[in-house]
Design a protein around this ligand. Sequence first.
Ligand code: ADE
Length: 364
Amino acid sequence: MAELEMIVKPLLSWYDGHARVLPWREDHSPYRVWVSEIMLQQTRVEAVKPFFERFVKALPDVKTLSECPEDRLLKLWEGLGYYNRVRNMQKAARVIMSEYGGAFPGDYDRLLSLPGIGHYTAGAIGSIAFGIRMPAVDGNVLRVLSRVKASREDIMKQSVKAAMEREVKEIIPAGRAGDFNQALIELGAIVCVPNGKARCRECPLAFCCRAKAEGIIEEIPVKKAKKERRVEARTVLILREGDRVAIRKRPAKGLLAGLYELPNMEGHLGEEEVLGQVRRWGLAPLRILPLAGAKHIFSHVEWQMTGYAVSLEETEDMDRDGLIFIDAKETEETYPIPAAFGAYAGYMDIVLGQEKYEERQKDV
Ligand code: ADE
């Protein structure tokens, strides 16, 4: 019998009684499972809920996703970050349209071959939507199982993850593959949690958990520190011309590709340097006001920002170096602006991304 076989029954009975009610669990269509799993890869369940509801309402199926204009697509993803995830989803949607007549393939290897779908997502869609007995091992599952086994192997290593996937695959019960994978994820999300908060007294696996028996829950899982983030200084500008503010589109490649941004420059610039740059853009500054500093953390880079609000004389000059002057509300409704600029968007009286939802939820 596989070492982990004993977890199957207690885990499923626990899930039957404790699974949270979540929007993507209402129906298990592959499209909804896919959207939710991609969103959940970098974002907490509570934060994902409103994004998920809005996304599937706006783009209810593979076809609408495959046809969505890029700006609108990025706007629907605004605040979730890691925008390549949604671009890859659109690429995958186009493949599903052209090669599978718009229906998700119910086959693990075909799922895996789609853009943006790796082992985890193929396992999640395969098991939850199609009942395929393949594992979906994410960080939650690695934590739970490393603790049950009291394994001190480094879960950041691909080889450790692959070995865990093989072990899980052996014990996935026929007929309940999706529930089993979700039960492991759910246990890691609400019971077998990190940072000294594990709720072992509520855990259906406490009876066989070796880390608990050995009193080493907090030492497991072992995660080798990631590479340090590069720190970048930037100066962000609110350029105001009457009621309008300037934004511009970022290049098609690289960080935050294709999104819109507040004009910004490398380095922490002084007032005179900023005014010089503004004039080189063909604009006529009237007043300049320094704004508070702000920080934004991406996966590999950290931006340390300073900012200025600059009011401009209204001009007829059309040569503006890619700057677009728009009504601030239009930005909120139409142009996808990444949350990295959230601190400065406040000066335009708009809110971005997740904060937007948190604010709206408070109003209800
Ligand atoms: N995290 C990743 N996938 C999940 C799911 N299906 N339900 C809840 N949390 C998750």
